[in-house]
Ligand binder design. Structure first.
Ligand code: SAM
Ligand code: SF4
Length: 345
C-alpha cells in the first residue's frame, strides 16, 4: 500500500495510512423489530426524528456520489433493521441502476425476508447476511425479546429460493447464553448450504454492558467448533475481508465447493490495517469507522444545496482522518456515543 503525501482532492477515499475505502455500509434506519440484548435495551432507544432521516432520494444521491466519484464498488444496506424501511426495494433498484453498478448486499435479522427476498432480488440485490444467534426457540425469544425464530428461518429459506446466494448467517455468542451452540449452528448452516460467520461481541451496545473479560473470543469459538468438526486452513486469500475462514473437512456447499466457516475476531484479531469500509448513517453522517468518535455531516451540506463535487470533497476529508485502528485495547478507548443499531452494523 502506498502512503500518500497529502489528502488527494480527486479520486477515491484514501486515508493517511494509504487505505482505500471501497465498501460502503449504508444504514437505512436506526429502528428495529427485535431487541437483541447485546444491541438494544428492551424499551428501544430514542429514535432519530424522521425529519433528520435521509429520504430515499437523498440516500440514492449520496450513494451515487460514492460510486461515481469516490471509487466505492460494494454497497451493503443495514440498520437497525433495513427490511422495515418502506422504500427499501426502490432504493435497491435505484442503486443497482448506478454506473458502474456496485455489488449490493443487505444485513438483516431476516424477519419479512420470506416475502421481500424475491422483489429485492428482482430490484438488483446480490446477497444477504441474516443474523441468527440461536436455534432454540425459547432462547431466541429471551435473546431478542421477541418470539420470531420461525420468521427468521422462513426468511433464510426465502433468500435461497430467490437466489440471494450464498446466504450468510452472522452469529454472536455470549457466555452463559448461547456459547454452547457453536457446533449446532455450524451443523445447521452446513445442512442448509448457508455460510456461517461468528462475530466477536464488540463494545457497541447502547447499554454499555460489554465486558472484555467475559466476551467469547475467536480462539474459544474455534476450539468449540473443533470439538465436532475438522477445520482446515483456507487456501483462498483473505484480502480486506473481516472474516478469517476455514474449510470444514468433509463438507461441501450448495454449489459443490468445499464448505467454509468464518470467524470475525474484531476485538482479539483486529483487521484495521486492511479496512476498506466507509459508513453512512440513516441521518446522513459519514463515519470512517464503527468506532469513530467523529462524524461528518453530509445531510446538512446536501440540504443546503451542495453539489456532488462538494459532497465528494467532504467525504474525502472525513476519510482522510480515519484512525489507524479501533483501539479497543487502548486504556484511553472511548465507546462511540452512537450504538451499533444507529451506526449500521
Ligand atoms: N438488524 C440487522 C441484523 O441484526 O442483522 C442489521 C443491523 S445489526 C446491528 C448488524 C449485525 O451486527 C448483526 O449481525 C448483529 O448480530 C451484529 N451486532 C449487533 N451488536 C453487536 C455487538 N455489540 N457486537 C458484535 N456484533 C453486533
Ligand atoms: Fe435489531 Fe439487528 Fe440490533 Fe438485533 S442486532 S436489535 S436485529 S439491529
Amino acid at each position: 500500500m502506498t502512503i500518500p503525501a497529502s489528502r488527494p482532492d480527486v479520486g477515491g477515499l484514501i486515508d493517511r495510512y494509504g487505505r482505500a475505502a471501497t465498501d460502503l455500509r449504508v444504514s437505512l434506519t436506526d429502528r428495529c423489530n427485535l431487541r437483541c440484548t447485546y444491541c438494544m435495551p428492551a424499551e428501544g432507544l430514542p429514535w432519530l426524528p424522521s425529519s433528520e432521516v435521509l429520504t430515499d432520494d437523498e440516500i440514492v444521491r449520496l450513494v451515487g456520489v460514492a460510486v461515481r466519484l469516490l471509487g466505492v464498488h460494494e454497497v451493503r444496506f443495514t440498520g437497525g433493521e433495513p427490511l422495515i424501511r418502506p422504500g427499501l426495494v426502490g432504493i435497491v433498484a435505484a442503486v443497482a441502476a448506478l454506473s458502474p453498478r456496485p455489488v449490493l448486499s443487505l444485513t438483516t435479522n431476516g424477519i419479512g425476508l420470506d416475502r421481500l427476498a424475491a422483489p429485492l432480488r428482482a430490484a438488483g440485490l446480490d446477497r444477504v447476511n441474516v443474523s441468527l444467534d440461536t436455534l432454540d426457540p425459547t432462547r431466541f425469544t429471551e435473546l431478542t425479546r421477541r418470539p420470531r425464530l420461525p420468521a427468521v428461518l422462513a426468511g433464510l429459506q426465502g433468500a435461497v429460493a430467490a437466489g440471494l446466494t450464498p446466504v450468510k448467517i452472522n452469529s454472536v455468542l455470549m457466555r452463559g447464553v448461547n456459547d454452547g451452540e457453536a457446533p449446532a449452528l455450524l451443523r445447521f448452516a452446513l445442512d442448509h448450504g448457508y455460510q456461517l460467520r461468528f462475530i466477536e461481541q464488540m463494545p457497541l451496545d447502547a447499554q454499555h454492558g460489554w465486558d472484555r473479560s467475559t466476551m467469547i473470543t475467536a480462539e474459544e469459538i474455534l476450539a468449540a467448533l473443533q470439538s465436532e468438526f475438522a477445520l482446515l486452513p483456507d487456501p483462498v486469500e483473505r484480502g480486506g475481508a473481516p472474516a478469517e475462514t476455514w474449510l470444514v473437512d468433509g463438507w461441501t456447499d450448495a454449489a459443490g465447493r468445499p464448505a467454509r466457516v468464518g470467524v470475525i475476531g474484531s476485538v482479539t484479531r483486529p483487521f484495521c490495517g486492511d479496512c476498506d469500509r466507509t459508513r453512512l448513517t440513516a441521518d446522513g453522517q459519514v463515519r470512517a469507522c464503527l468506532f469513530a468518535t467523529e462524524e461528518s455531516d453530509l445531510r446538512t451540506a446536501l440540504r443546503s444545496g451542495a453539489d456532488d463535487e462538494e459532497l465528494a470533497r467532504r467525504w474525502r476529508i472525513a476519510m482522510w482522518g480515519k484512525r489507524a485502528g479501533h483501539g479497543i485495547d487502548d486504556p484511553s478507548f472511548l465507546q462511540p456515543v452512537r450504538p451499533m443499531s444507529a451506526i449500521g452494523g
